[in-house]
Design a protein around this ligand. Structure first.
Ligand SMILES: [Zn+2]
Length: 414
């Protein structure tokens, strides 16, 4: 049963938007899964006698921060990151996949990730998980799902079943996803790293074809996310009305970032398009080698800094599920992203809260601390608006008003 009333006392709020947190101790009141009020603790009045109260008091007033639950804009919840090839993934039994999905959903939400957008799989199992979580039957983040990505015959992730070339074929793939109840549409605009026989540098669809996909998706009230590595695919995506440009890695002959075109960056500054750069925690180990900056670091920090300097909109994303990228590591990845793009901690946090919610079209539901929004929130020790490492010290996580993680802070303080 969902406790109808919860009060969290003695926390300093960061609302998901403001330039800094409010250092005064506050009380946040939650009722029926929604944020009811956020008031200075001195003005809270008498709390409802039936409210479950969390008093964050062990480290002095204002030592804990409450912030909106985090959003990872690019994951694959069906994929086991310890399995290193698509063939092996596809060979897993449905039972095994389902069990793994539940574990990953739990780990994500306990790490403070209360929303995630799943950007592709083959059998709509992630939609079933989405619905079980939404019904309160399983713990996990709110999921937005795309189902099978639209891709060319034998194109990137063709094994998921979304192959289509030509308007009729594309329409039928999109309508099949809509029939299964997807929230978004995904298209593979270039080749990908993990599909043999595809080329990350080459576009799979031209601008007119992408525009057609956006049009069909829009007829069904769905936004489109486009997987894009090479510059030609990135340019097509920006021209065609894609809402989120995934990866955006400017991959060329020498890998990610090697075809970066600084002259194109001003064209990427749009108020209705977001770049979702899928920077995972592992990028933190690719900054230097033998005490020297790596070519990977130099290329990717150049791209990401140029985008940030021009004001390109970002959403935080990890591509969790691909080999070695675990689903609950957005808190670590956010600090790595901030380093590559030279984002302030607050700007990095916005890409995983209010900005992400705006990009995903769910800003009236989550992404900020505001009365009326879902009670998706994380309490952490310290101030993440000054140091993102505080995200690694969660004390309490609520997802849609449900307590999904509670550190042993109360006992530890005695
Ligand atoms: Zn992906």
């Amino acid at each position: 049963m969902l406790p109808t009333k919860i009060a969290i006392r003695n926390v300093s709020p960061w609302d998901g938007v403001s330039p800094q947190r409010t250092d005064r101790p506050h009380t946040i009141l939650i009722e029926k899964g929604r944020i009811q009020a956020l008031v200075p603790m001195s003005e809270e009045g008498s709390l409802a006698s039936d409210a479950r109260v969390f008093h964050l008091d062990e480290s002095g007033p204002g030592a804990s921060t409450v912030l909106p639950g985090l959003i990872d804009a690019h994951v694959h919840i069906t994929l086991d990151p310890s399995v290193f090839s698509p063939d092996q993934q596809l060979a897993l039994t449905r039972e095994k996949v389902w069990a793994g999905m539940q574990q990953r959903a739990l780990a994500m939400v306990q790490a403070g990730i209360t929303t995630a957008r799943d950007l592709g799989a083959g059998e709509w199992m992630e939609l079933a998980l989405r619905d079980r979580i939404a019904a309160g039957e399983l713990p996990g983040p709110r999921l937005l799902c795309v189902g099978q990505p639209v891709t060319t015959p034998a194109g990137h992730c063709h094994f998921w079943g979304g192959e289509a070339r030509g308007a009729d074929a594309v329409r039928s793939v999109i309508e099949r996803q809509v029939g299964h109840g997807v929230d978004w549409i995904k298209v593979m605009a270039t080749g990908g790293v993990f599909t043999k026989g595809t080329d990350v540098k080459k576009p799979q669809y031209d601008e007119a074809e992408l525009r057609q996909i956006v049009g069909i998706a829009s007829d069904h009230d769905r936004f489109v996310a486009a997987h894009c590595h090479g510059i030609a695919g990135i340019e097509n995506a920006f021209a065609a009305g894609i809402r989120t440009v995934e990866h955006c890695s400017f991959a060329g002959g020498d890998g990610f970032g090697s075809d970066f075109d600084a002259d194109f960056v001003p064209n990427m500054v749009r108020d209705d398009v977001w770049v979702s750069p899928t920077v995972n925690a592992g990028w933190g180990r690719r900054v230097e080698k033998d005490g020297k900056p790596t070519p990977f670091w130099e290329r990717m920090t150049t791209c990401l800094r140029a985008m940030r300097e021009h004001g390109v909109q970002f959403v935080a994303s990890t591509d969790a599920g691909i080999p070695g990228v675990q689903h609950h590591q957005l808190p670590e990845a956010l600090a790595v992203f901030a380093k590559y793009a030279e984002l302030s901690p607050v700007d990095a946090l916005r890409t995983a809260t209010s900005e992400a919610a705006a990009a995903l079209g769910i800003a009236d539901e989550t992404g900020a601390l505001r009365p009326g929004l879902a009670a998706d929130l994380v309490v952490v020790e310290g101030d993440p608006t000054k140091d993102l490492a505080a995200l690694l010290r969660p004390k309490l996580v609520l997802a849609r008003g449900r307590v999904v993680y509670e550190a042993d802070w109360d006992r530890a303080s005695r």
